[in-house]
Design a protein around this ligand. Structure first.
Ligand code: 6R9
Length: 646
């Protein structure tokens, strides 16, 4: 592994909130005295009624219960907007950069207050009340942030569905949480291409009787279908609404949002986050990890459809009164220099993106980066998947000009905020390592039997104690929450990731150890893709695994068994790829599809994905234990087919 170490640069250290000694001191206190530590840091948030209790958590598999600040009351929108009005009402809250480089806007905290209140009043007038679920299916426009905060303001629980998901995927998520309203736009615009959001929503809503209201933002102005009494134009309704809307007083443990994420089995899970602990954790990690100082321009390139957009475009930064840049487009449009042009244009200080984007841009060479000055950049960040040292070095040298530390932040939808990460002023960096735990986070590496391993070692990553940003349950299915995260290694939260710890106590995430594929930093359950494939009339069976992919990190490799009598043609392959795209969305498109006359199974009928993974990686001589195979001939056949393709 990479032995190179990058110490904290002096300029970074001189302005940093935390140096190494302070990190150690704060970390020690956070684990020895969590009540004292989080009791103090909880005060970074404004509470209507202060809490008297801090942590109340049980990881006992018979009674998993996670509560933080349980008797405090607050409102997330108040913390992101109202409390800043006096001091920084005229400061920019959101810099919006459109898909077209000529399109941009600056929204001050005062503007934000008006927009959010108006939309909140529109929702209220349509009967949306505290506790109701509202689905947001939006492009990256400021109205997406207004929608989140309007829900938070009135105590409605938002559930954002990424704009790249299909009507079916959207419908499933709306139905699972019985949303009463949907907020969408006529179309989205990405890389010059239109995305038919309203048409998709219409198709989904045909099967979602719980939805009484669909608020539509006009983004492109294209003609759309309209359902009277259900659909309302955002611009018309908000114009007529009052710009004053009181904040609902929420208990710390009242839900703030649901976000669906893929797991190793079954349909996506509705990860539920509550208000108090989440806000404390999102704002605190945003400040310390990005060493945020007043006036810094901070850009996280994620989409609000993913958890990174929730915590590090909206809730964390806005709770801190930050300037948060929101980008509608893609890194390659109009050309591969776009990210860097936006950095120069808005004088971005902190830039936070995903390894897949870095790898894709790296492939374009240095010229698109070198066209730009990038002298405003001070700090770089990475999230979503392990960053390979080669991409790390390129990011560090070519983008950051060897001046800017890279914070490689490991976390999950479930964790609400960053758990393992460098702190810019405190942590020497090793390319490819997420380095050390954030305050209060106690990682443990365990072997297959759950034995905790000490020192330099490798195994499965668990977290032994709770932190305030942790998810509280799977919406509507607490048992699934317990089963998924707390039964594999009783008494600990199991992350689903593999991990190595080196001699210096640095953590290196090695990737998922379950049946989840990380495609371009987005999680996809193999089971979901398989279910989509077997829905096709010609498919008898399918098995999906992840395989190494140059840009995406992992790509989707599908083995498909056709029904008897169906001809395996290239046209059918294309059709099946399209089929999955249509069923789930473009992010689920298989990158490779191989015909499998039979699948390797155990005698009890379990598909042996381990073997399929090896075949997809061309590691034919290293298949591991094959003694439990019901029919070894199946494997030889798959290897033959794989070899003949090349
Ligand atoms: C925030 C987010 C979570 C999974 C996680 C892990 C992978 C995320 C990473 C990383 C290595 C990092 N992951 N950050 N792996 N280094 N810095 O991505 O949430 O979409 O839920 O994905 O992503 O495998 O378990 P989510």
């Amino acid at each position: 592994m990479s032995a190179q170490i990058f110490p904290v640069p002096t300029e970074v250290a001189s302005r940093a909130l935390v140096d190494d000694a302070k990190y150690q001191e704060m970390y020690d206190r956070s684990v020895k005295d969590p009540d004292g530590f989080w009791g103090d840091h909880g005060k970074r948030i404004d509470w209507f009624k202060p809490y008297t209790k801090v942590k109340n958590v049980s990881y006992d598999p018979h009674n998993v219960s996670i509560k933080w600040y349980e008797d405090g009351t607050l409102n997330a929108a108040y913390n992101c907007i109202d409390r800043h009005l006096e001091k920084r009402g005229d400061q920019t809250a959101i810099i919006w950069e459109g898909d077209d480089p000529a399109d941009d806007a600056k929204i001050t905290y005062r503007d934000l207050h008006g927009h959010v209140c108006r939309l909140a009043n529109v929702l209220k007038a349509r009967g949306v009340k505290k506790g109701d679920r509202v689905c947001i299916y939006m492009p990256m426009i400021p109205e997406a942030a207004y929608a989140m905060l309007a829900c938070a303001r009135i105590g409605a629980v938002h559930s954002i569905v990424f704009g790249g998901f299909s009507p079916d995927a959207l419908a499933g998520r709306i139905q699972d949480s019985d949303c009463v309203a949907v907020i969408t736009s006529d179309e989205g615009l990405r890389g010059g291409k239109k995305v038919p959001l309203k048409a998709n929503a219409d198709e989904a809503l045909a099967n979602c009787p719980s939805v009484k209201t669909c608020v539509v933002v006009k983004r492109t102005g294209s003609a759309i279908n309209w359902v009277d009494n259900r659909d309302i134009w955002y611009h018309e309704a908000t114009e007529a609404a009052s710009a004053d809307c009181p904040c609902e007083e929420m208990n710390a443990e009242d839900p703030l949002f649901i976000l669906y994420t893929s797991g190793s089995t079954g349909k996506p899970k509705g990860v539920l986050h509550t208000t108090g602990g989440y806000m404390v954790y999102a704002s605190m990690t945003h400040e310390y990890v990005f060493d945020y100082h007043d006036g810094d321009v901070y850009w996280c390139t994620a989409d609000v459809g993913w958890v990174t957009g929730h915590s590090y475009i909206v809730y964390g930064p806005l709770a801190n009164g930050a300037i948060s840049l929101m980008f509608e487009g893609v890194p390659s449009y109009p050309d591969a220099s776009r990210f860097w042009q936006v950095c120069d244009k808005h004088q971005v200080n902190t830039f936070y993106t995903a390894p897949t984007a870095i790898r894709a841009l790296m492939r374009e060479g240095n010229a698109p980066v070198e066209k730009c000055k990038l002298d405003s950049l001070r700090l770089l960040g990475s999230v979503g998947e392990p960053i390979n040292p080669e991409a790390w070095i390129w990011y560090y040298e070519v983008v950051g000009k060897k001046r800017c530390p890279i914070v490689d932040t490991w976390w999950q939808t479930e964790t609400g905020g960053i758990l393992i990460t460098p702190l810019p002023g405190a942590t020497a960096l090793k390319p490819g390592s997420a380095t050390r735990p954030f305050f209060g986070v106690q990682p443990e590496i365990v072997d297959g039997e759950g034995k905790v391993l000490d020192g330099a070692t490798e195994g499965n990553l668990c977290i032994s104690e709770s932190w305030p940003g942790q998810m509280r349950t799977v919406y509507g299915d607490h048992e699934r929450f317990v089963q998924t995260y707390f039964t594999t290694y009783p008494g600990k939260y199991f992350t689903g990731d593999g991990c190595r710890r080196d001699e210096d106590g640095y953590y290196w995430i090695t990737g998922r150890v379950d049946d989840v594929i990380n495609v371009s930093g987005h999680r996809m359950g193999t089971a979901e893709v398989e279910s989509a494939l077997v829905l096709h009339k010609d498919v008898a069976e399918a098995a999906v695994v992840g395989a190494p992919h140059d840009i995406k990190g992992q790509g989707i490799y599908a083995y498909v068994t056709l029904n008897v009598g169906v001809e395996p043609t290239d046209a059918l392959k294309k059709e099946l790829v399209q089929w999955v795209r249509h069923e789930i969305g473009p992010i689920a498109s298989p990158d490779w599809l191989q015909w499998a006359p039979g699948l390797p199974k155990t005698r009890s009928g379990k598909i042996m994905r381990r073997i399929l993974r090896k075949i997809a990686e061309d590691e034919f001589s290293n298949l591991g234990d094959t003694s439990t195979l019901a029919d070894p001939g199946v494997v030889d056949n798959l290897i033959d087919q794989r070899q003949n393709r090349k």
